[in-house]
Design a protein around this ligand. Sequence first.
Ligand SMILES: [Zn+2]
Length: 320
Amino acid sequence: MLARRSFLGAGLAGASALTLSSVWSQGAPNFGPPNLPATGFRRMTLGSMEVIALNDGAVRRPLGEEFVTNAPLEQVKALLASQSLPTDYIDVPYTPFLLINGNQRYLFDTGFADNGPPTTGRLLANLAAAGLRPEDINNVVLSHFHGDHINGLRYRNGALVYPNARVHVPTVEHAFWMDDARMESAPPAMKGAFMGVRRALGNLSGDQLVKFEPGSMVAPGITSVAAFGHTPGHTLFRIDSAGQSFAYVGDITNVPALFARAPDWSVVFDMNPDMARQTRRRVFDMLVRDKMVAGGFHFPFPAFGNIEAAGNGYQFRPMA
Ligand SMILES: [Zn+2]
């Protein structure tokens, strides 16, 4: 069973780092705006379906000791430098995916809507550029309940962004975050994360909220796969159509330049780092073996591509 203490203790830094004040802190050195894709959406055909990466923006955060919790900053900077990447800051992009299967449209994770830092909240403009309206989305599917994945369900004023969508959530994740006793006993820095879940998901009507068991089929062609560790119920999705496969892997890794190349490193947001590490290797081994196209929420745009073996870890190769 899930070790409740390990999730509540280890996720502390991650939960507090998800609050806006710390990702966008006033005293941080100014490294300029993050790199944003010129065209913030990208289509990919998958059998008889279509997958569209929809960028919601990015945040540039100063790279400090806290970001990788189990490696010295010098090693982290060396790995970035070896890939000709900046070493003073990290750009963390946010990219939900839209799956179109006939008249069914599934949005995987939501970004921030108007609740996030100023360089986020671009998903709706990119959705419009791809020819769709929020009303066209019939399903939202959530990988886990961290703020950057769920806050875009509602505008700041509380109105639903996708009024016609049913919201599909993993049972385990929902049970963890909606447990009032657990919220009460959580460290103060983590309470905001519990309250954010209630803001986004708490007032959905019975038929708007659909819970699924990780491992089960969410909809025709969409199979959920338990990938616990980043959060207690973190779930990925395998999509199959006419012999082609795509995996939306959520936060199986944050920035792949660090955590695919060094998969045993832990990002501050991994709530159970040991479990997340094991899950990451298991999932990446599968992606390499099956040569499956993978999409990751924090992967560099277009945020989908192939995972290859590299050294003691892996490498993300974005689709050209
Ligand atoms: Zn995330």
